[in-house]
Write a protein that binds this ligand. Structure first.
Ligand SMILES: Cc1cc2nc3c(=O)[nH]c(=O)nc-3n(C[C@H](O)[C@H](O)[C@H](O)COP(=O)(O)OP(=O)(O)OC[C@H]3O[C@@H](n4cnc5c(N)ncnc54)[C@H](O)[C@@H]3O)c2cc1C
Length: 353
C-alpha cells in the first residue's frame, strides 16, 4: 500500500509530489503527456495584470511561497529554473503612464510597480512613451522543470508513463485499487485532461488554448522581458519567446497558422529588426469559470482529490495551492472557500440526478 497515486506531472502534479516528498509520503505518478500546458508555458511569474495595472489574485502572497519552492527544486534537481528578469511594460500613451502612477500608489501594488519611467534605448523596439518596470518578476523554465522531474522520478522508479485507465480504478473505503496497486489516496492533477475524468467532469473547467513562437533575432539584444501587445521573453543565444494567444474554441494542442499570424501582426507593431521563427508550440491552459483553482475532495469519496484550474498563472499558484491541498487532506486544515471544489456542489448534484 502506498500513500498516494498522483495522476499528471505538470506544475500541479510536481508541486504536489514535492509536498509528499517533504512529508516522507510514499507515492507513484502516472503521466501520459497528453496535455502540454506546463511544457510550453512562457513560465513568467508576474504579480501584476498588465492590461489594467491591478494585482493578480493573491499574487503577492503566492510569490513568497513560490520563490523558495523553485529555488529549492533547482538544488534538488541540479538544473537552472529561475531567471530573475524585469518585465518592462510598454506605454501606449501619456494617459497610460498616468494610470501606472496611480496604480503604483496603491498599497499592495507599490512593491511591484517602479515609479521611474524608463526611456527606451533599444532602437529595435518601438516605445515612444517609454516603459514601466514591474519589480520581482522573472521566468521559471517550466519545460526544464517537467523534464528534470520526470528523470528524478524515473530514477526512483516512481513514474509510470501511461494514460490513467478509469476502468481499472476501484474505490474502496480505506484505499484506491488500481490494477495491482493500492494507494490510500489519489490526486488528479491532469490539467485540461480533467475533462475526461468521470469523478470531476462536473467542474466548470473551460480551457483556453495558448500558442507561442520562438524567434531568433541576433540584432535585438534585449535582456528584459518586454510587454507590448505580446510578451517578448529573452531566452539567451539571441532567442526570444513571443506570445501568447488566447483561444476558447479549439481544444487541440496543435499549433495553428491563425495564431502564428496573430502573434506576428502584434510583434511587427513594435519590433524593428529581422528575425527567424525557430519554434511554434501550443497548449491548453486549465481555466475555470470563476478564475479560481479547483482544489479539494470529491463530494462522495474522501480519498479522491483534485488539484487543477491554475489558468494562465500556474507558476505562482502551484506552490501555494499544493500546500493547501496537502494540509487539508493530511491535517484537516480548511481550504479557502474560493478554491475549494465544494463551491460547485450544486453542479455535482445536478449532474448525478
Ligand atoms: C501558451 C501558454 C503560455 C503560458 N504562460 C504562462 C506563464 O507565462 N506563466 C504562468 O504562470 N503560466 C503560464 N501558462 C499556464 C500554465 O502553463 C498552467 O497554469 C500550468 O502549466 C497548468 O499545470 P497543470 O499541471 O495543471 O496542467 P498540465 O501542465 O496540462 O499538466 C497535466 C498533466 O497531466 C497529464 N494527464 C492528463 N490526463 C491524463 C491521463 N488521463 N492520464 C495520465 N496523465 C494525464 C498530462 O499529460 C500533463 O502532463 C501558460 C500556458 C500556455 C498554454
Amino acid at each position: 500500500m502506498i500513500d498516494y497515486l498522483v495522476v499528471g506531472l505538470g506544475l500541479a502534479g510536481i508541486s504536489f509530489c514535492e509536498r509528499l516528498e517533504e512529508n516522507n509520503k510514499s507515492f507513484l505518478v502516472i503521466n501520459d503527456g497528453s496535455q502540454t500546458s506546463s511544457l510550453v508555458a512562457g513560465g513568467l511569474y508576474n504579480p501584476v495584470i498588465l492590461k489594467r495595472f491591478t494585482l493578480a489574485w493573491n499574487a503577492d502572497v503566492q510569490l513568497e511561497t513560490a520563490m523558495p519552492f523553485y529555488n529549492q527544486l533547482e538544488s534538488k534537481l541540479g538544473v537552472k529554473l529561475d531567471s530573475k528578469i524585469p518585465i518592462y511594460r510598454k506605454f501606449a500613451s501619456i494617459e497610460e503612464q498616468n494610470l501606472w502612477f496611480e496604480a503604483a500608489d496603491k498599497l499592495r501594488l507599490a512593491n511591484f510597480l517602479s515609479t521611474r519611467i524608463i526611456e527606451n534605448d533599444n532602437k529595435n523596439i518601438d516605445a515612444p512613451y517609454g516603459l514601466g518596470e514591474v519589480l520581482h518578476t522573472g521566468r521559471i523554465d517550466t519545460n526544464t522543470l517537467v523534464r528534470a522531474y520526470e528523470s528524478f522520478l524515473q530514477e526512483k522508479e516512481k513514474l509510470i508513463r501511461k494514460t490513467f485507465d478509469f476502468n481499472a480504478m476501484i474505490v474502496e473505503k480505506e484505499h484506491i485499487a488500481y490494477n495491482s496497486l493500492k494507494a490510500r489516496k489519489i490526486v488528479f492533477a491532469t490539467g485540461f485532461g480533467l475533462k475526461s475524468n468521470p469523478y470531476f467532469n462536473y467542474l466548470p473547467l473551460h480551457g483556453n488554448k495558448g500558442e507561442l513562437l520562438t524567434i531568433k533575432a541576433p540584432k535585438l539584444k534585449e535582456n528584459n522581458i518586454i510587454k507590448s501587445a505580446v510578451f517578448i521573453i529573452p531566452l539567451g543565444d539571441d532567442l526570444y519567446r513571443v506570445g501568447a494567444t488566447y483561444e476558447r474554441t479549439d481544444k487541440s494542442n496543435n499549433p495553428t497558422d491563425g495564431a502564428k499570424n496573430e502573434l506576428l501582426d502584434k510583434l511587427h507593431k513594435f519590433l524593428k529588426c529581422d528575425y527567424d521563427i525557430v519554434d511554434h508550440v501550443a497548449g491548453i491552459r486549465p481555466t475555470v469559470a470563476d478564475r479560481r483553482p479547483l482544489v479539494g475532495l470529491h463530494p462522495k469519496y474522501n480519498n479522491i482529490t483534485v488539484l487543477n484550474g491554475f489558468g494562465s498563472r500556474g507558476v505562482l499558484i502551484a506552490p501555494t495551492v499544493s500546500k493547501q491541498l496537502y494540509n487539508h487532506v493530511e491535517k484537516g486544515e480548511a481550504l479557502p472557500k474560493e478554491i475549494d471544489v465544494h463551491r460547485f456542489l450544486k453542479r455535482y448534484s445536478i449532474k448525478k440526478s
